[in-house]
Design a binder for this molecule. Structure first.
Ligand code: SF4
Ligand code: FES
Length: 403
């Protein structure tokens, strides 16, 4: 065999080895009877998300873009029915899928395991021990992970007999309010403060049922990116003060938009939440798992609330499980107008514009510009904000209305 042939053979062999090594790099994992291949180092949660749908466990504390997140809430527990091909013994306890990496040949059960469903019911019961059921007045309602989880796993009653812990609301700077009573101590906001603002602005103080998110002597969080803690909070503990009590999310239409933001770290890609012509709030864009795609700065979030500030891209693709998709308006086929047919092709004339005849309905009021929550007094024709209904007289007395 000549030198040249030997060299070609050696090269072929080497190529085969490289290909085999490349192939080896992938681990086979079976989750709820569906098998996929993933890179070593992938967590069970991420592998399940690749399959998608109900196979992906819920996650209240894990956040892909926040280093060190996960392992706190236990909602993502799964059963490992076989550890790996090399050691196929089942793991004795349920494991947190966000913190456990896949092994080659691992078999995982999520929704196909009764143990998991039972444990998840228990975790939700624990999370709801202190969390108030104030969804009807909470700004997070409709996009709250705990609300979704409670519908699926919650019980109608509670077995808890002790006093629930409650806290005073804190203002974290001019734009954010912390309602600690709703906090589930997932630590996501702490990681945002640590990792985005490059200095620790707040953290969890004390332990056990005394634990609370605190800013140390109510220190203001005035960093350009701190508004992102609102987006990562899975419940309504951190809310946008410019949006609090202004509207329900399912009445708003999310629209993707962008602007040339001057901040070097902000791409200016956002979701605008409209009602009519008015922008009620601005949030970062989220992916199908409810996680922020690009962090946005406070200027984009809190100070740019006019359509003219933005380049509109189009309606946001709303994930199907969200309550917001109930008012889904992309690709809607309008019912056929039958009046034309009934009237032999004649168009019905507009009889009246409700805004022009209703003296109570005041379209000139921009809800998003009212300081704090909107009250009925904001709509009373004569009386300034803060006067009671009694002092203001009968708001329905049309003789008193301004003409
Ligand atoms: S305030 Fe929200 S994000 Fe922060 S720890 Fe509590 S629940 Fe998590
Ligand atoms: S998401 Fe895994 S423990 Fe919270």
């Amino acid at each position: 065999m000549g030198w040249r042939t030997m060299r070609i053979r050696w090269k072929r062999q080497r190529l085969k080895q490289i290909i085999m090594a490349e192939e080896k790099k992938l681990f086979k994992v079976t989750i709820d009877n569906i098998t996929i291949e993933v890179e070593p180092g992938t967590s069970i949660l991420q592998a399940a998300r690749r399959i998608g749908g109900d196979v992906a466990p819920p996650a209240m504390c894990y956040y892909t873009r926040l280093k060190g997140s996960g392992g706190k809430c236990r909602t993502c527990l799964v059963e490992v029915a076989a550890g790996s091909t090399a050691d196929p013994r089942p793991m004795p306890k349920l494991v947190a899928s966000c913190r456990t990496n896949v092994m080659d040949g691992m078999v995982v059960k999520n929704i196909t395991s009764e143990r998991v469903i039972d444990a998840r019911n228990g975790v939700v019961e624990f999370l709801l021990i202190n969390h108030p059921l104030d969804c009807p007045i909470c700004d997070q309602a409709g996009e709250c992970s705990l609300q979704d989880l409670s519908y699926e796993h919650g019980k109608e009653g509670t077995r808890y007999e002790f006093k629930r812990r409650t806290f005073e609301k804190h203002d974290l700077g001019p734009y954010i309010q912390l309602h600690m009573t709703r906090c589930i101590l997932c630590y996501r906001c702490v990681f945002v403060a640590d990792q985005l603002t490059e200095r620790r602005e707040h953290g969890v103080l004390d332990r056990g049922d005394q634990s609370e998110i605190a800013t140390f002597i109510q220190k203001s969080l005035d960093h350009d990116f701190i508004g992102n803690i609102i987006d990562v909070c899975p419940v309504g503990a951190l809310t946008d003060k410019t949006f609090r009590f202004k509207n329900r999310v399912w009445f708003l239409k999310p629209v993707d938009a962008h602007r040339d933001c001057n901040h070097p770290k902000c791409k200016g890609n956002v979701t605008l939440w409209y009602r009519g012509e008015e922008v009620f709030r601005v949030t970062a864009r989220k992916d199908q798992w409810g996680e922020v795609e690009d962090w946005i700065c406070n200027e984009c979030r809190f100070e740019k609330k006019k359509t003219s500030d933005w380049v509109i891209e189009g309606p946001t693709k709303v994930s199907r499980h969200s309550v917001i998709s109930q008012g889904h308006y992309v690709g809607v086929s309008q019912p056929q107008e039958v009046l034309y047919e009934v009237l032999d092709g004649r168009k019905p004339r507009l009889l009246m514009d409700i805004h022009s005849v209703s003296e109570m309905n005041r379209p000139e009021i921009d809800l998003s510009k009212i300081e704090g929550p909107a009250h009925s007094t904001d709509f009373e024709p004569h009386e300034p904000r803060g006067t009671t209904g009694v002092e203001a007289g009968n708001p329905w007395d049309t003789d008193k209305l301004e003409k």
